[in-house]
Design a protein around this ligand. Structure first.
Ligand code: NAD
Length: 320
């Protein structure tokens, strides 16, 4: 089959599954700004129409409430499909366990079938969680991971691993042109206040001068990427369309303790630190190797943690 390979990025039509979510809504916004048409498909399980209501006036923007566990509704020409649809917060791993597995299995399948029908490029938003609790550090794309397939986090890790396999099966059979990105911790405006992920949690606690809840001793590290950098990486991916998986994230590692201290300082908070048990399977270290992203996409993150976190704090001060 001959794929349409539109690399000059004239005005295209993007279907963004999970378009009303945190990252998805930023993607919708940037793609519209870049002159494209955007259809956001979302069942609103963790996303919100508040995230996209400012786009509703744009004639090139459409929102469809739909769960990707069901076949994708009929629509016109689609050039690119970005699969961002999955609950992603550790808080959801128990409550939304089955929903996560369905989104990352049958949901991905439905989107790939739709991409085949439309002859569209398909991008799977995978995650650093496919590396599990990594035994090598930092993580390159060819590291195969250390995942517990029945632990609490497994619903997320394994559904993303399944999605990657399914995506590659369509690529190998030459049915769909595909790319896979592995996103490392990303933060920014429009994360849910009660999301349970570390940045919104700490900011909310700090703004309300409540104790900052640190799991374990806080010595575990994470690398945090600001959402604008990630969106730029995804846009680059949609232009270059690599077939090999690519890590997208930030390489500046911070301990959870440092994150808490920075957020307390930037919010002038009176919050104190309180230490809780470490949740099951919590990875000790996470940091991407970005060589592929730099070489293949000519992309690397540019926004410092201090700048990104200040913008995020401003959002949370007035969050809906
Ligand atoms: P989010 O929860 O804000 O966004 C996910 C969106 O998908 C939500 O709007 C939700 O309602 C929608 N959704 C979920 N299941 C669906 C279904 N079955 N049908 C239709 N829509 C559905 O989370 P996010 O942080 O914006 O994450 C977006 C994507 O990026 C996810 O796939 C996530 O796994 C991936 N990712 C995010 C991070 C991060 O740090 N934010 C890291 C790695 C991977």
């Amino acid at each position: 089959m001959a794929f349409t390979n539109i690399k000059n990025q004239d005005s295209l039509t993007y279907l963004i599954a999970g378009g009303a979510g945190f990252i998805g809504s930023h993607l919708c916004e940037t793609l519209l700004e870049n002159g494209h048409s955007v259809i956001a498909l979302d069942n609103l399980v963790t996303g919100s129409q508040n995230n996209i209501e400012h786009l509703a006036h744009d004639a090139r923007f459409t929102f469809i409430e739909h769960d990707i566990k069901n076949p994708i509704p009929t629509m016109g020409k689609i050039d690119c499909i970005l699969n961002m649809a999955s609950p992603a917060s550790p808080m959801d791993f128990e409550n939304l366990s089955i929903e996560i597995m369905l989104a990352g299995s049958i949901g991905t399948y439905h989107l790939l079938e739709f991409a085949k029908e439309k002859n569209a490029w398909f991008m799977m938003a995978s995650t650093s969680e496919v590396y599990g609790d990594p035994e090598v550090h930092p993580q390159k794309e060819d590291y195969l991971g250390n995942v517990n397939c029945i632990g609490v986090r497994s619903v997320y890790d394994e559904s993303k691993r399944f999605s990657e396999s399914m995506t590659n099966a369509y690529l190998r059979k030459n049915l769909v042109q595909t790319s896979i990105i592995r996103i490392f911790n990303t933060y920014g405006p429009r994360m849910r206040v009660n999301d349970g992920r570390v940045v919104p949690n700490f900011i909310d606690q700090a703004l309300h001068h409540k104790p900052i809840t640190i799991h374990g001793k806080g010595t575990q590290t994470r690398s945090f990427c600001f959402v604008d950098d990630l969106v730029r990486g995804i846009i680059r991916t949609s232009v270059v369309r690599p077939e090999t998986p690519i890590n997208l994230g930030n390489t500046t590692e911070k301990t959870i303790l440092e994150v808490a201290e920075n957020i307390i300082a930037f919010t002038n908070s009176k919050s104190e630190l309180t230490f809780l048990d470490l949740p099951e399977g919590d990875p000790k270290r996470r940091c991407p190797v970005l060589t592929r992203a730099k070489e293949i996409l000519d992309w690397e993150p540019e926004i410092s943690f201090a700048d990104g976190i200040k913008k995020t704090i401003e959002y949370f001060k007035n969050a809906p």
